[in-house]
Design a binder for this molecule. Structure first.
Ligand SMILES: [Zn+2]
Length: 334
Protein backbone atom coordinates (compact mmCIF):
# COMPACT_ATOMS: atom_id res chain seq x y z
CA UNK A 1 0.00 0.00 0.00
CA UNK A 2 2.82 2.36 0.79
CA UNK A 3 4.39 1.80 -2.59
CA UNK A 4 1.06 2.07 -4.40
CA UNK A 5 0.21 5.34 -2.66
CA UNK A 6 3.62 6.72 -3.50
CA UNK A 7 3.22 5.78 -7.15
CA UNK A 8 -0.21 7.39 -7.36
CA UNK A 9 1.07 10.48 -5.68
CA UNK A 10 3.92 10.75 -8.16
CA UNK A 11 1.46 10.30 -11.02
CA UNK A 12 -0.68 13.12 -9.70
CA UNK A 13 2.32 15.36 -9.58
CA UNK A 14 3.49 14.45 -13.08
CA UNK A 15 0.05 14.99 -14.56
CA UNK A 16 -0.14 18.43 -13.00
CA UNK A 17 -3.41 17.57 -11.36
CA UNK A 18 -4.73 19.00 -8.17
CA UNK A 19 -3.09 17.78 -5.03
CA UNK A 20 -4.73 14.83 -3.37
CA UNK A 21 -7.63 15.41 -1.03
CA UNK A 22 -6.92 15.93 2.62
CA UNK A 23 -7.91 12.45 3.50
CA UNK A 24 -8.00 9.28 1.55
CA UNK A 25 -10.39 6.65 2.77
CA UNK A 26 -9.32 3.16 1.90
CA UNK A 27 -11.86 0.42 2.15
CA UNK A 28 -10.71 -2.74 3.83
CA UNK A 29 -10.60 -5.74 1.54
CA UNK A 30 -10.10 -8.74 3.75
CA UNK A 31 -11.47 -12.10 2.88
CA UNK A 32 -12.16 -13.56 6.26
CA UNK A 33 -15.35 -14.35 8.03
CA UNK A 34 -14.66 -11.95 10.84
CA UNK A 35 -15.02 -8.21 10.56
CA UNK A 36 -11.96 -6.00 10.78
CA UNK A 37 -12.01 -2.22 10.85
CA UNK A 38 -14.35 -1.00 8.13
CA UNK A 39 -12.00 1.66 6.91
CA UNK A 40 -8.61 3.08 7.55
CA UNK A 41 -8.05 6.81 7.49
CA UNK A 42 -4.71 7.93 6.13
CA UNK A 43 -3.39 11.45 6.55
CA UNK A 44 -1.63 12.95 3.57
CA UNK A 45 -0.16 16.45 3.35
CA UNK A 46 -2.69 19.07 2.21
CA UNK A 47 -0.32 20.47 -0.34
CA UNK A 48 2.98 19.32 -1.57
CA UNK A 49 5.44 22.10 -2.41
CA UNK A 50 7.55 21.77 -5.53
CA UNK A 51 10.66 19.79 -4.93
CA UNK A 52 9.17 18.04 -1.92
CA UNK A 53 11.04 14.76 -1.80
CA UNK A 54 8.75 11.79 -2.02
CA UNK A 55 10.87 10.05 0.57
CA UNK A 56 9.59 12.59 3.09
CA UNK A 57 5.99 11.58 2.59
CA UNK A 58 4.40 10.07 5.67
CA UNK A 59 4.72 6.36 6.06
CA UNK A 60 1.33 4.82 5.60
CA UNK A 61 0.44 2.49 8.43
CA UNK A 62 -2.14 0.59 6.51
CA UNK A 63 -2.43 -3.16 6.44
CA UNK A 64 -6.06 -3.25 5.46
CA UNK A 65 -5.29 -4.81 2.08
CA UNK A 66 -3.16 -7.60 3.49
CA UNK A 67 -5.11 -10.85 3.25
CA UNK A 68 -4.28 -11.83 6.79
CA UNK A 69 -6.71 -13.54 9.11
CA UNK A 70 -7.50 -12.50 12.61
CA UNK A 71 -6.08 -15.37 14.69
CA UNK A 72 -8.43 -14.63 17.58
CA UNK A 73 -11.68 -14.85 15.72
CA UNK A 74 -10.92 -16.97 12.66
CA UNK A 75 -13.32 -19.89 12.41
CA UNK A 76 -11.90 -22.92 10.64
CA UNK A 77 -13.18 -26.41 10.17
CA UNK A 78 -13.37 -29.08 12.78
CA UNK A 79 -12.12 -32.59 11.97
CA UNK A 80 -14.67 -34.80 10.32
CA UNK A 81 -13.72 -38.34 11.30
CA UNK A 82 -15.83 -41.42 10.97
CA UNK A 83 -14.31 -44.47 12.59
CA UNK A 84 -15.22 -48.09 12.45
CA UNK A 85 -15.54 -49.62 15.90
CA UNK A 86 -15.09 -53.17 17.06
CA UNK A 87 -16.53 -54.90 20.10
CA UNK A 88 -14.11 -57.29 21.77
CA UNK A 89 -15.19 -60.93 22.00
CA UNK A 90 -13.78 -63.65 24.20
CA UNK A 91 -10.35 -64.84 23.08
CA UNK A 92 -9.40 -61.68 21.18
CA UNK A 93 -5.84 -60.38 21.36
CA UNK A 94 -4.57 -57.01 20.13
CA UNK A 95 -2.53 -58.70 17.42
CA UNK A 96 -5.52 -60.73 16.18
CA UNK A 97 -7.78 -57.68 16.01
CA UNK A 98 -5.16 -55.57 14.24
CA UNK A 99 -4.60 -58.31 11.68
CA UNK A 100 -8.34 -58.64 11.04
CA UNK A 101 -8.57 -54.95 10.09
CA UNK A 102 -5.26 -54.79 8.22
CA UNK A 103 -3.68 -52.35 10.64
CA UNK A 104 -0.65 -52.72 12.90
CA UNK A 105 -0.97 -53.50 16.64
CA UNK A 106 0.71 -50.11 17.15
CA UNK A 107 -2.23 -48.49 15.35
CA UNK A 108 -4.68 -50.31 17.62
CA UNK A 109 -2.90 -48.49 20.43
CA UNK A 110 -2.87 -45.33 18.27
CA UNK A 111 -6.67 -45.26 18.38
CA UNK A 112 -7.12 -46.66 21.90
CA UNK A 113 -4.50 -45.32 24.32
CA UNK A 114 -6.05 -47.09 27.29
CA UNK A 115 -5.02 -50.42 25.79
CA UNK A 116 -1.52 -49.91 27.21
CA UNK A 117 -2.82 -49.80 30.75
CA UNK A 118 -1.97 -52.73 32.91
CA UNK A 119 -5.00 -54.86 33.62
CA UNK A 120 -6.92 -57.82 32.37
CA UNK A 121 -7.24 -56.05 29.08
CA UNK A 122 -9.45 -56.51 26.06
CA UNK A 123 -12.38 -57.35 28.23
CA UNK A 124 -15.33 -58.77 26.35
CA UNK A 125 -17.73 -56.08 25.10
CA UNK A 126 -15.11 -53.30 25.26
CA UNK A 127 -15.47 -51.08 22.18
CA UNK A 128 -12.33 -50.23 20.25
CA UNK A 129 -11.79 -47.52 17.64
CA UNK A 130 -10.34 -48.92 14.42
CA UNK A 131 -8.36 -46.24 12.60
CA UNK A 132 -8.70 -46.44 8.80
CA UNK A 133 -4.94 -46.08 8.26
CA UNK A 134 -1.87 -46.68 10.38
CA UNK A 135 -1.26 -43.78 12.72
CA UNK A 136 -2.17 -42.14 16.01
CA UNK A 137 -5.39 -40.38 16.95
CA UNK A 138 -4.07 -37.33 18.80
CA UNK A 139 -6.26 -35.49 21.33
CA UNK A 140 -5.72 -31.80 20.65
CA UNK A 141 -4.66 -30.07 23.87
CA UNK A 142 -4.57 -26.32 24.54
CA UNK A 143 -1.36 -24.92 23.07
CA UNK A 144 -0.98 -27.65 20.46
CA UNK A 145 -0.01 -26.53 16.98
CA UNK A 146 0.48 -28.51 13.81
CA UNK A 147 4.20 -27.95 14.27
CA UNK A 148 4.24 -29.26 17.85
CA UNK A 149 2.27 -32.35 16.83
CA UNK A 150 4.59 -32.86 13.86
CA UNK A 151 7.63 -32.68 16.15
CA UNK A 152 6.14 -34.96 18.77
CA UNK A 153 5.46 -37.81 16.35
CA UNK A 154 8.18 -37.07 13.79
CA UNK A 155 5.63 -36.82 10.98
CA UNK A 156 5.77 -33.94 8.43
CA UNK A 157 3.09 -31.26 8.78
CA UNK A 158 2.11 -31.82 5.13
CA UNK A 159 1.20 -35.44 5.88
CA UNK A 160 -1.16 -34.34 8.66
CA UNK A 161 -2.78 -31.71 6.43
CA UNK A 162 -3.04 -34.16 3.54
CA UNK A 163 -5.25 -36.53 5.55
CA UNK A 164 -8.64 -35.27 4.37
CA UNK A 165 -10.86 -36.00 7.41
CA UNK A 166 -8.58 -33.81 9.56
CA UNK A 167 -10.32 -31.01 7.60
CA UNK A 168 -7.35 -28.70 7.85
CA UNK A 169 -7.30 -25.60 5.69
CA UNK A 170 -5.08 -22.57 5.91
CA UNK A 171 -4.45 -21.13 8.49
CA UNK A 172 -4.71 -24.62 10.06
CA UNK A 173 -6.36 -23.75 13.33
CA UNK A 174 -6.67 -26.64 15.81
CA UNK A 175 -9.52 -26.98 18.26
CA UNK A 176 -9.06 -28.33 21.78
CA UNK A 177 -11.16 -31.41 22.48
CA UNK A 178 -11.03 -32.49 18.86
CA UNK A 179 -8.84 -35.24 17.48
CA UNK A 180 -6.29 -35.14 14.68
CA UNK A 181 -5.20 -38.35 12.99
CA UNK A 182 -1.43 -38.33 12.53
CA UNK A 183 -0.75 -40.70 9.62
CA UNK A 184 2.16 -43.08 10.07
CA UNK A 185 2.75 -42.04 13.69
CA UNK A 186 3.29 -44.53 16.51
CA UNK A 187 2.16 -43.81 20.05
CA UNK A 188 5.07 -43.93 22.47
CA UNK A 189 5.04 -46.62 25.09
CA UNK A 190 7.18 -45.66 28.06
CA UNK A 191 9.67 -48.35 29.07
CA UNK A 192 11.19 -47.92 32.51
CA UNK A 193 14.89 -48.76 32.90
CA UNK A 194 15.95 -50.65 36.04
CA UNK A 195 19.24 -49.77 37.82
CA UNK A 196 22.31 -51.34 36.25
CA UNK A 197 24.14 -54.23 37.85
CA UNK A 198 27.19 -52.01 38.49
CA UNK A 199 25.07 -49.42 40.32
CA UNK A 200 23.73 -52.10 42.65
CA UNK A 201 27.15 -53.68 43.22
CA UNK A 202 28.73 -50.38 44.25
CA UNK A 203 25.82 -49.25 46.45
CA UNK A 204 25.61 -52.58 48.29
CA UNK A 205 29.25 -52.19 49.37
CA UNK A 206 32.30 -54.31 48.57
CA UNK A 207 32.58 -56.36 45.44
CA UNK A 208 29.65 -58.69 44.99
CA UNK A 209 30.52 -61.95 43.30
CA UNK A 210 29.55 -62.06 39.68
CA UNK A 211 26.65 -64.41 39.30
CA UNK A 212 25.71 -65.48 35.84
CA UNK A 213 22.36 -67.09 35.14
CA UNK A 214 21.91 -70.46 33.49
CA UNK A 215 20.53 -68.83 30.36
CA UNK A 216 17.33 -70.85 30.69
CA UNK A 217 14.14 -69.60 32.29
CA UNK A 218 11.38 -71.21 34.30
CA UNK A 219 7.84 -69.96 34.89
CA UNK A 220 7.87 -67.85 38.07
CA UNK A 221 4.47 -69.31 39.06
CA UNK A 222 2.66 -72.60 38.47
CA UNK A 223 -0.45 -71.02 36.92
CA UNK A 224 -0.83 -70.69 33.15
CA UNK A 225 -3.91 -68.50 33.41
CA UNK A 226 -2.66 -65.87 30.96
CA UNK A 227 -4.79 -62.74 30.91
CA UNK A 228 -2.63 -60.78 28.51
CA UNK A 229 0.23 -61.67 26.21
CA UNK A 230 3.16 -59.67 24.91
CA UNK A 231 2.49 -57.04 22.25
CA UNK A 232 3.61 -53.52 21.37
CA UNK A 233 1.38 -51.96 24.04
CA UNK A 234 2.27 -54.50 26.76
CA UNK A 235 5.86 -55.66 27.14
CA UNK A 236 5.32 -58.75 29.23
CA UNK A 237 2.81 -61.45 30.09
CA UNK A 238 0.08 -61.25 32.72
CA UNK A 239 -0.83 -64.36 34.67
CA UNK A 240 -4.01 -64.28 36.76
CA UNK A 241 -3.35 -65.57 40.29
CA UNK A 242 -4.72 -65.66 43.80
CA UNK A 243 -3.09 -62.88 45.80
CA UNK A 244 -0.20 -64.13 47.93
CA UNK A 245 0.98 -66.88 45.57
CA UNK A 246 4.76 -67.49 45.81
CA UNK A 247 6.77 -66.01 42.92
CA UNK A 248 10.04 -67.72 41.99
CA UNK A 249 13.18 -66.32 40.34
CA UNK A 250 13.01 -67.37 36.70
CA UNK A 251 16.79 -67.75 36.59
CA UNK A 252 19.81 -67.20 38.84
CA UNK A 253 21.02 -63.62 39.22
CA UNK A 254 21.43 -60.49 41.33
CA UNK A 255 18.49 -58.40 42.53
CA UNK A 256 18.86 -54.87 41.12
CA UNK A 257 15.51 -53.47 42.27
CA UNK A 258 13.14 -54.50 45.05
CA UNK A 259 10.48 -52.06 46.18
CA UNK A 260 7.78 -49.68 45.08
CA UNK A 261 7.90 -48.56 41.46
CA UNK A 262 6.11 -45.32 40.65
CA UNK A 263 5.57 -46.10 36.96
CA UNK A 264 2.66 -48.47 37.48
CA UNK A 265 4.48 -51.70 38.38
CA UNK A 266 3.59 -51.33 42.05
CA UNK A 267 5.77 -53.59 44.22
CA UNK A 268 8.45 -54.79 41.83
CA UNK A 269 11.48 -57.08 41.82
CA UNK A 270 14.09 -56.95 39.07
CA UNK A 271 16.73 -59.67 38.77
CA UNK A 272 19.77 -59.08 36.56
CA UNK A 273 21.15 -62.39 35.32
CA UNK A 274 24.64 -61.11 34.45
CA UNK A 275 24.39 -62.34 30.85
CA UNK A 276 22.40 -59.51 29.27
CA UNK A 277 19.07 -60.80 30.59
CA UNK A 278 16.87 -59.23 33.23
CA UNK A 279 13.53 -60.47 34.58
CA UNK A 280 10.83 -58.28 36.14
CA UNK A 281 8.08 -59.39 38.57
CA UNK A 282 5.39 -56.75 39.11
CA UNK A 283 2.26 -55.90 41.17
CA UNK A 284 3.55 -58.00 44.09
CA UNK A 285 1.92 -58.06 47.53
CA UNK A 286 5.18 -59.08 49.24
CA UNK A 287 8.94 -58.82 48.61
CA UNK A 288 11.43 -61.24 50.22
CA UNK A 289 14.69 -59.93 48.75
CA UNK A 290 16.75 -56.74 48.60
CA UNK A 291 18.97 -54.99 46.04
CA UNK A 292 22.38 -56.63 45.67
CA UNK A 293 21.13 -60.00 46.89
CA UNK A 294 21.92 -63.11 44.87
CA UNK A 295 19.01 -65.40 44.07
CA UNK A 296 18.99 -68.82 42.44
CA UNK A 297 16.60 -70.14 39.85
CA UNK A 298 13.45 -71.32 41.64
CA UNK A 299 13.99 -69.34 44.88
CA UNK A 300 10.77 -67.74 46.13
CA UNK A 301 11.50 -64.01 45.97
CA UNK A 302 8.06 -62.51 46.62
CA UNK A 303 4.29 -62.98 46.60
CA UNK A 304 1.83 -62.10 43.86
CA UNK A 305 -0.56 -59.21 44.40
CA UNK A 306 -2.58 -56.39 42.88
CA UNK A 307 -0.42 -53.31 43.54
CA UNK A 308 0.31 -50.41 41.22
CA UNK A 309 -1.59 -49.97 37.97
CA UNK A 310 -3.43 -53.28 38.09
CA UNK A 311 -7.11 -54.13 37.85
CA UNK A 312 -7.03 -57.57 39.43
CA UNK A 313 -4.63 -59.95 41.20
CA UNK A 314 -2.03 -61.08 38.69
CA UNK A 315 1.69 -61.34 38.07
CA UNK A 316 3.15 -59.18 35.32
CA UNK A 317 6.34 -60.89 34.16
CA UNK A 318 8.93 -59.48 31.74
CA UNK A 319 12.14 -60.74 30.19
CA UNK A 320 14.53 -58.13 28.82
CA UNK A 321 17.60 -58.73 26.71
CA UNK A 322 20.23 -55.94 26.73
CA UNK A 323 17.59 -53.60 28.12
CA UNK A 324 14.96 -54.38 25.48
CA UNK A 325 11.73 -56.14 26.46
CA UNK A 326 11.20 -59.43 24.67
CA UNK A 327 8.31 -61.89 24.56
CA UNK A 328 8.62 -64.25 27.57
CA UNK A 329 6.70 -66.87 25.61
CA UNK A 330 9.67 -67.23 23.25
CA UNK A 331 11.72 -68.45 26.20
CA UNK A 332 9.09 -70.29 28.20
CA UNK A 333 6.56 -71.52 25.71
CA UNK A 334 3.14 -70.26 26.77
ZN1 LIG B 1 1.07 -56.79 32.42
Amino acid sequence: MLVAAGVFFAMWRLAGQAPPPEQVVVDAVVEVATPVADSVVIDLPTAVPDGFPISDLPVLQDSSLVPAFNPHTYQGNRPNHTFQTYVVVRGDTPNKIAERFGISPETLLGGNPKLSEESNLLQTDAELIILPINGVLHDVAPGDTLESISLRYGIPVEDIIAYGPNNLEFPYRLYPETQILVPGAVRDVFVWTPPSLDTVRSSSGGIAPLIVGTGTFIFPVGSRNFTQFYWYGHRGVDIGLTEGTGVAASDTGTVTFAGWNIYGYGNLIVVNHGNGFETLYAHLSGINVGPGQIVYQGNIIGASGNTGNSSGPHLHFEIRINGNPDDPCWYLGC
